[in-house]
Structures are given as structure tokens and as C-alpha cells.
Write a protein that binds this ligand. Sequence first.
Ligand code: SAM
Length: 280
Amino acid sequence: MRPLTRYLPEPIKKPLRTIRSRVQGTLMKQVFRKEMTVAQLNRLFRLHRYWYVATYADNQLISRHNCDFMTDERFLKGHRFAQQMTAQERPMWSAYLLQWAARQAVTVEGDFVECGTARGFAAASIVASLDWQRHHKRFFLFDSWEGLLNGQLTDYERTVLYGRGLDGVNQSYTGYYEEVQRAFSSFPSVVFIKGYVPESLSRVEIPTVAFLHLDMNAVYPEVEALRHFWPRLSRGAWVVLDDYGQPGRGEQKQGMDRLVEELGCEIFASPTGQGLIIKS
Ligand SMILES: C[S@@+](CC[C@H](N)C(=O)[O-])C[C@H]1O[C@@H](n2cnc3c(N)ncnc32)[C@H](O)[C@@H]1O
């Protein structure tokens, strides 16, 4: 409250506080609009005398750290390819982390695996940033291409996280399997395994894995996928957990935390919401 308003009587201060908090609430909603640019955000900060100059903002993360990666040609090549191929957008910092981890994994023995591919944004961004054909690796993409399996969800996922919206979510993940296959047709070593994880994992033999990306938006298949691939991950292999620290995804974090305790490793929690593991 401003200094002068301090002297106002409580019956006047109270509605002023209510108005102020509503205005702030509306402004906060704007901050979390995906399309707000860094310049717009900084204007909003200045307006509210909050002396913070952001260099980066997406719908999850605001930072004033250096983000030179946003103009890095190698990153942009993969990111633009994925944008064009899928007509989708992703927060740049998490897309960068994923691409970077995949680039480190290129020198590790084994294939690449993703569980939860949808239209293929992440996979496309990786293959395009890596000059994929040069590396003689296979990239296995596992997805039902029909969404999440109701019977695999926890009570919380079924009733709170997805609630009555599960049909809509599943519809948005259905109907483009052939389209995704066509989009990757210039990358012959990309292999599609259609079906529900974990059952689908045993349909193909992948003896060694260098890179694993888990992005199925549900705790059970993700935990089972990591359990399945753990003995197959080479020393130095990289694992990226897309939802590890995302808001509302506490069960996925708890499930992974329990599993890594069993496996004897540790997850790095990135401010992008992703979790990162290196197999030692
Ligand atoms: C968030 S999307 C993946 C996004 C993708 N990584 C990208 O970069 O665009 C989640 C995907 O997981 C898939 N999925 C969910 N549960 C699954 C399961 N048990 N087995 C296979 N796929 C599953 C859905 O069909 C959906 O395509």
C-alpha cells in the first residue's frame, strides 16, 4: 500500500486492497500468456516499479540470465525445422536443453529412444540439429498415437489432472500417425513403434541406448519405461524427463524420485521443468 493510503480508515482501505489485488491478478494472467514477449514483460515490470530486466520469458520461465542459445544457428536449425514440420511451438529453453543433451549423447554408444512423440516436435528438433544421418544411430519413437490409456492413470491424473477433459486430450493426440511417419521419411533410421508403453517396449530389441526422452504425461508408463531401459542405457547415456518439475505433475516427480532411489542415481531438476539423468 502507498504511504498516504496508510492514513485512510479501514473501510476505505479494504476495497482498495481488493481492487489492487484484482488488478495484480489480471496482470499476472497476462504474464503467463504464452505469447507475451520479453519486451512486453519488461514494460509491465517497469510499470509496476519492479526493477527486473528479463532476457528470456516463456509461459513457464522468466530469467535475466544470458540466453545466447536463442541466436545459435545449430539450435535454431533444429527448432525451426520442428516448428515447420509440426506447426507447433515449444518453450525455447527446454527445447534447447533437450537438443543439447541429445548432442552430448551422440558420442555415447547406443540408439536414441523417445516415449511420447505426438507430432514429433522434440524428435524433429533433435534430428535436424544433429545432422542425424551422419551418426549411424537409430531413433525409436514410441507412442500410442491415440493418447493416454485411462486404465494406466492414477486417481489424481484421472480425476484432477485430466478430469472430464481426457477425451479431448486423447482426441488431440489421435489421427496423425501416418502424417508423422511421412514427415520423418527423409530420416530412414527413425523407427515408429505404435502402441501403449510399457507393453509396446518389448516389441523391439534395443540392446544399448545412448539417449532417452520420456514425455507421456503420466506417471505409470514413464516410470516403467525408465525401469525397462535402465539396464540398456550405456555408461554416460542421457535421460531427459520432460515433466519432472512441471506444475501439477507432482506424482510424476515422486514416481521418478522413488525409482531413482532404487536405481542408485540422482535427477537434476532444471528450472525449465525437465529432469536430467546421466547414467554413470
Ligand atoms: C506431451 S505428448 C508428447 C509430445 C512430444 N514429445 C513433442 O515433442 O511434441 C504425450 C504423448 O504421449 C503419448 N502417450 C501417453 N501415454 C502413452 C502410453 N502409455 N504409451 C504410449 N504413448 C503414450 C500420447 O499419445 C501423446 O502423443
